[in-house]
Design a binder for this molecule. Structure first.
Ligand SMILES: C[S@@+](CC[C@H](N)C(=O)[O-])C[C@H]1O[C@@H](n2cnc3c(N)ncnc32)[C@H](O)[C@@H]1O
Ligand SMILES: O=c1cc(-c2ccc(O)cc2)oc2c(O)c(O)ccc12
Length: 351
């Protein structure tokens, strides 16, 4: 080991401590959502004191010292602001720009994502990361929870609801970018099937933007059984590995990242069978990873890659990996469009 100066020892140790307590940041963020702190401040329409905040929390009596310390950390995380007042007056707490994403009831609210990703069962597989490095191991999700993620969701209605809400929140944001920035991809189509479309959030928005397109959401029976009944979206339960309903366009958002290459090739071949030879296409919406990029979302994309490794045994792919996959499924070509979202849009042409 090389000797370090005192300063560099301290900053190296500080770095390790910051990493050790990385989990605390996500769980304190979760605490803010569970307590509805951003909603309380937003509803007040102004900055509020700790006493006012305490009076709105869902407890009969509040330990104000504990609340003060949690707020001190949330202010440090730049989710909330603290304004010191003149002597004798309590400081005022407000929403910082990032804290606005914790306010419920608007389309950019990220609370459902926070609650989904930090759920106890969703965090448990991370403790099994080392074991997944052994060749032939099961997924970490299975090691932690005894079943693959989709069977687990089929058996746990509450977790399934939470997961679908988390996905739907993300999908609402993404679909508005998809329609705004890639609307041309849908023009001229008469039918779309959203494979693994969850509770139908993406198709609901697409059906509103393109009322002449017949929209069908296709997913596993337990998902279809709990999805809302949107009049403009037909619902169909099934298994994409067996057969996919026919349409001009097959949409797959956050599907292929759940699967290993061999499974993706099978799914892409099933999609190929489902679209017409004239003008049929598959629209894949997934992350295109560029680990060297300095884009602000690169860190999140790399976390999602490990999340997929743990949850499903899938992966986030680089452009080269996408090209290999699409070519292995016998497709003629593809085009990638980067949009204002973590995911990109890959238009894949089977014929
Ligand atoms: C990560 S979610 C994506 C949901 C939706 N596309 C979105 O982005 O919000 C993956 C979806 O694939 C569905 N799925 C998993 N296995 C499937 C199968 N064999 N056939 C059809 N859907 C499946 C799951 O039920 C789940 O809704
Ligand atoms: O376990 C997950 C979590 C997510 C997720 C939840 C909420 C968001 O706002 C974004 C992502 O996504 C997943 C996903 O796409 C998947 O295919 C498997 C597992 C998860």
């Amino acid at each position: 080991m090389e000797a370090h100066s005192d300063g560099s020892i301290q900053s190296a140790q500080a770095k390790i401590w910051e990493l050790i307590y990385g989990f605390a940041d996500s769980l304190i963020l979760r605490c803010a959502v569970e307590l509805g702190i951003a909603d309380i401040i937003h509803k007040a329409g102004r900055r509020i004191t700790l006493s006012e905040l305490a009076s709105q929390l869902p407890f009969e009596t509040v330990n104000k010292d504990h609340l003060y310390r949690v707020m001190r950390y949330l202010v440090r995380m730049k989710l909330f602001t603290k304004q010191v007042q003149a002597t004798g007056h309590e400081p005022l707490y407000g929403l910082a720009p990032a804290g606005k994403y914790l306010v419920s009831g608007w389309d950019q609210c990220m609370s459902a994502s926070i609650l989904t990703v930090t759920d106890k069962d969703m965090v448990a597989p991370w403790h099994h990361l080392p074991a997944t490095l052994q060749a032939g191991s099961t997924t970490a999700f299975e090691a932690a929870l005894g079943k693959d993620i989709w069977s687990y969701m089929g058996k746990h209605a509450e977790k399934n609801k939470l997961f679908n809400e988390g996905m739907a929140g993300d999908t609402r944001l993404l679909t508005s970018a998809l329609i705004r920035e890639c609307g041309d991809m849908f023009r001229g189509a008469t039918s779309i099937v959203d494979v693994g479309g969850g509770t139908g959030t993406a198709l609901c928005a697409i059906a509103k933007a393109f009322p002449d397109i017949k929209c069908t959401v296709f997913d596993l029976p337990h998902v279809i059984a709990h999805s809302p009944d949107y009049p403009e979206v037909a619902r169909l339960a099934g298994d994409m590995f067996k057969s996919i309903p026919t349409a001009n366009i097959i949409l797959m958002k956050c599907i292929l990242h759940d699967w290993r290459d061999e499974d993706c090739v099978k799914i892409l071949k099933k999609c190929k069978e489902a679209v017409p030879k004239e003008g049929g296409k598959v629209i894949i919406v997934d992350i295109v990873l560029d680990p060297k990029s300095s884009h602000p979302l690169t860190h999140m994309k790399m976390c999602m890659d490990l999340d997929m490794l743990l949850m499903t045994g899938g992966k986030e792919r680089t452009e080269e990996e996408w090209r290999n996959l699409i070519q292995s499924a016998g497709y003629k070509g593809y085009k990638i469009k980067h949009i204002s979202a973590a995911q990109s849009v890959i238009e894949a042409f089977p014929y």
